[in-house]
Each structure stands twice: as C-alpha cells, then as structure tokens.
Write a protein that binds this ligand. Structure first.
Ligand SMILES: NC(=O)c1ccc[n+]([C@@H]2O[C@H](COP(=O)([O-])OP(=O)(O)OC[C@H]3O[C@@H](n4cnc5c(N)ncnc54)[C@H](O)[C@@H]3O)[C@@H](O)[C@H]2O)c1
Length: 268
C-alpha cells in the first residue's frame, strides 16, 4: 500500500501517451477529473489523444516529447505548468522492445531499450520530483511489465533487464517518497493489445516465448482503468494476470525447483 491520490482536479503528465497503455491511462485519468498532458515521441499521436480527452469533456494538452532527452522533459514540465499551473501525477510509460538471441543482441539494442525504458525515469525524477516534493503530494506511475518480475523471454534480455530495474527503482522511490506524501504505482501488465509490435527492433533470429500464450492478453483500456484505480486507492503493484502473483510465490519459495521446471518446459 502506498499513498492514495484523488485524481479529481489534478494534473497528470503521461509519457508515451499517444498510443496503447499511455493513451488509455490518460483517458482514464481524465474520466476521473484530471487534466492531462499527453506526450509522445510522435507529436500527432499526443495531439490526437488530447483531442479525444477534450471531445469527452475533459481538458488536455498534447505535446511531442522524447523521453531520451532531458530538455524535452523540462519543456513538457514547463508547458504543463504554464497551461495548468501544477503537476501532480507523472506516468513514466514510454517503452520499447528489442528482440534477438542473447549472443547476437548488440550494444546498440541494449542502449536504446535502457535509454527509453529505464534512463527516462532517472531524467523524469530530476525534472518532476522537485515539484511533487515541494507540493508534499502527488503520485508517480512507472510502467514496468510482468517481464520486470519474471523472466519470460530469453530473446529480449535488454527489455527484461530494463523492466526488472524499473520495479526495483519504483520500490525504492516508494520508500523515499511515501514519507513525503507522494505515492508510487508500478504497473506490471502481462500481454496488452497495443501498437508495441510496431517499434520492436529485431536482431538476428528470435523465438517467441513458449510461455506467453498461457497469459491472457487484455485490452489497453482495462489497463488504463486499473492504473487510475491504483492511483486513487494507493496501490503499488498492478498486475493484469493474477497467476503472476502465484508464480512469484512459487519462485521465492524454491528458486532451484522453479527454474528447473521452467527449463524442462522450454526444452525442445
Ligand atoms: N503491450 C504490452 O503487452 C505490454 C506489456 C507490459 C508492459 N508494457 C509497457 O507498456 C508501455 C507502453 O507500451 P504500449 O504497449 O502501450 O506500446 P505502444 O507502442 O502502443 O505505445 C508506446 C508509445 O511510446 C512512444 N514512444 C516510443 N519511444 C518513445 C520515446 N523515446 N519518447 C516518448 N515516447 C516514446 C511511442 O511513440 C508509442 O506511442 C511500455 O513501457 C511497455 O514496455 C506493454
């Protein structure tokens, strides 16, 4: 349990908000009375989502921002303050995926994934946390993945590394920010129907995880609602597949047995 935060009347900034989970979360925040600043690498996408929010009776601003550039995040903060006067919720959501076998994935693939998925949070912390801390209230949402809790795919190591790091960073941030009146939510969805496949970089041969089909794919809208509810109720961990919790217990109880079973399952 982290700090509950009422979205009504608040201002929420979402990165990677032009599509999928970010778009859905922006719409869910707005339905609960938040004014939203939707940002994305692709500016037209942000503008389209902001227009959707406004068409539904909310208030929104759509901006281009690349989370790999600190100056873009600073400009995003400044535009949000200029238009709405405050920032209360920061959702670090932009994420990318690179796939390839462990022995072929180049540094370039590792760097891109870590820059977008992990270092973006380091930048966001520098840009937005001083505001939230000064206010003594607010909420941070970091989008990790079920791949940040369990290593599903051996052909996406940078993604697994980045998302595990996001879980650890979020937990540490919750410890730091809780006493300052700020909540933290770590979003760990399993499969979600989005446009993420559009921007996967492939390096050499990949094999899809044989375990993925076990986990139901959910709609992005469902994840948006779960995220908004987690913020308002002060929940830290958001899963979309309850079986992930059982698997975490199984893994923590006997790591050797757990891993041996998974290796056996994957044997050709
Ligand atoms: N789709 C899934 O199955 C799934 C599961 C678990 C976690 N996630 C995570 O959810 C988050 C959102 O992904 P999604 O599935 O909605 O994908 P998506 O591709 O539909 O949306 C991601 C958005 O991020 C934007 N983006 C990419 N690089 C960016 C950058 N450098 N700066 C700013 N924006 C950038 C893209 O333009 C896109 O609009 C990611 O962090 C992803 O890892 C997705």
């Amino acid at each position: 349990m982290t700090r509950p935060f009422a979205l009504e009347g608040s201002v929420a900034v979402v990165t990677g908000g032009g599509s999928g989970i970010g778009r859905a979360a922006a719409l869910s925040f707005a339905r609960r009375g938040a004014r939203v600043v939707v940002s994305d690498l692709v500016g037209e996408r942000s503008e389209a989502v902001a227009a959707e929010v406004e068409a539904a009776g909310g208030q929104a601003l759509g901006l281009a921002a690349d989370v790999t550039r600190e100056a873009d995040l600073e400009a995003l903060r400044d535009h949000a303050l200029k238009r709405f006067g405050q920032v209360d919720v920061v959702m670090n959501n932009a994420g990318v995926l690179a796939m390839g076998s462990p022995e072929t994935l180049p540094d370039e693939a590792w760097r891109r994934v870590l820059e977008v998925n992990l270092m973006s949070i380091a930048r966001s912390n520098r840009v937005f946390l001083p505001l939230l801390i000064e206010q003594g209230q607010g909420h941070v949402v970091n989008t990790s993945s079920a791949s940040g809790l369990l290593a599903y795919g051996f052909d996406r190591l940078p993604y697994v590394a980045s998302k595990h790091a996001v879980v650890g960073v979020s937990e540490a941030l919750a410890l730091y920010l809780g006493p300052k009146g700020i909540g933290v939510t770590c979003l760990c969805p399993s499969g979600v129907a989005t446009n993420i496949v559009e921007q996967i970089s492939f390096y050499g041969q990949t094999s899809s995880s044989p375990r993925s089909p076990e986990h139901a794919t959910v709609a992005a809208e469902e994840v948006g609602e779960l995220t908004a509810t987690a913020v308002t109720q002060g929940h830290f961990l958001v899963l979309t597949v309850p079986a992930v919790r059982d698997e975490l217990v199984e893994r923590a109880t006997d790591m050797e047995k757990y891993l041996q079973q998974r290796i056996t399952e994957q044997a050709p």
